[in-house]
Design a protein around this ligand. Structure first.
Ligand SMILES: [Zn+2]
Length: 85
């Protein structure tokens, strides 16, 4: 799980996503090799592993990590957006 300390909370801003604005980038899931749409920290919905990923790069390949239950696929979801304006 992503962590922070009290003195670094000033660098985090809570936002309220909107359906027409930034909502989809927070709810979309991405599979291995897809293009990263937004720089940030992503969490695998299958195992909770986290990665940092840069916009425009591909998400890690399928063999990046394995799940105990192979039928659970790797799906990356944005949890912290970085360098947001
Ligand atoms: Zn995983």
């Amino acid at each position: 799980m992503a962590q922070f300390i009290r003195s670094t909370t000033k660098y985090l801003t809570e936002i309220t996503p909107t359906l027409l604005g930034s909502g989809p980038e927070w709810t979309s899931v991405f599979t291995p090799g897809q293009r990263v749409p937004t720089s940030g920290i992503y969490r695998c919905k299958g195992c909770s592993q986290e990665i940092s990923a840069n916009e425009g790069n591909p998400f890690p390949p399928q063999n990046h990590h394995q799940h105990a239950l192979l039928e659970v696929g790797i799906e990356w979801q944005l949890i912290v957006k970085t360098n947001a304006n």
